[in-house]
Write a protein that binds this ligand. Structure first.
Ligand code: NAD
Length: 254
């Protein structure tokens, strides 16, 4: 049966990968993203989708996007609170408070606004799945990325709590924790961490592999496979779970 799937930060990277895979199996997809060029590309690639420019930290923009989806669909089956930014890199004594706040705002505040709407819709339906994108940085410390790690641990708390609030009405809430994902974003992160820690990029890249038991990065499709499973009847009793897709992280330490 076709599902109605909403994804934030859905115009590129992991979010777009999820949107593409849900659309390919015949689901209805709505995505928002703050990057207008990426939204235009996504709209072209996924002609049947609702693709809108909306910043997850902007309550008015999100209200307009979510109201449009509610009007179009009357309900929603899967909500992926996925939008996130890597935040600043550096030792905490060198970080600006404004950068800390901006990182928490996108990763945590954006998830709050998205989940608040999803909870209201799904409670009324008595069904649904909220899937939050945390990170292995939400399970481990992450040197030089303290705002990001704090935000991603915060999402674990949000997942556990919403699973308790919504479980009694049949709504499931889970988090996925990607390891290092092949793609543009990790290229940017590696460059930033290399600069912040005085190492070269090859060394930082090698550190991400060395800290993982399976000595691997992951792909967007690895994450989409898990999302599709969680959205399937096979996962109908899975809630409150924090699921790493990472080849088993042993450490994020340099
Ligand atoms: P990405 O940068 O490739 O894509 C993120 C998308 O979100 C972009 O299209 C961007 O424009 C959008 N976005 C950013 N800020 C936004 C905002 N305020 N409002 C709406 N959209 C916004 O990154 P990605 O790797 O696809 O990351 C997706 C999620 O996965 C994030 O929450 C990220 O923290 C998490 N994650 C990524 C990795 C990785 O290795 N790439 C690892 C662990 C967790």
């Amino acid at each position: 049966m076709s599902s109605r799937v909403l994804i934030t930060g859905g115009a590129s990277g992991i979010g777009f990968g999820l949107a593409r895979r849900f659309a390919e199996r015949g689901d209805r997809v709505a995505l928002c993203d703050s990057d207008p060029a990426a939204v235009a590309r996504a709209a072209e690639a996924l002609p049947g989708a609702i693709a809108r420019q909306a910043d997850v930290t902007d309550e008015a923009q999100m209200a307009a996007f979510l109201a449009e989806v509610e009007e179009a669909w009357g309900g929603v089956d899967v909500v992926c609170a996925n939008a996130g930014t890597g935040g600043p890199a550096g030792r905490i004594e060198d970080l600006d408070y404004a950068d800390w706040q901006a990182c928490l705002d996108v990763n945590l505040g954006g998830a709050f606004l998205t989940c608040r709407w999803a909870a209201r819709m799904m409670r009324a339906q008595g069904s649904g799945l909220i899937l939050i994108t945390s990170s292995t940085s939400g399970q481990w410390g992450h040197p030089y990325r303290s705002p990001y790690a704090a935000a991603k641990w915060g999402l674990v708390g949000l997942t556990k709590t919403l699973a308790m609030e919504l479980g009694p009405v049949g709504v499931r809430v889970n988090a996925i924790c990607p390891g290092a994902v092949e793609g543009d974003r990790m290229d940017r992160v590696v460059a930033m961490e290399a600069k912040a820690s005085g190492r070269d990029e090859a060394e930082v890249r090698e550190q991400y592999v060395r800290g993982v038991s399976m000595r691997t990065w992951v792909t967007v499709d690895d994450l989409a496979d898990t999302a599709l499973f969680l959205a399937s009847p096979a996962a109908s009793k899975m809630s409150g779970q924090i699921i790493a897709i990472d080849g088993h992280t042993e450490t994020n330490a340099p």
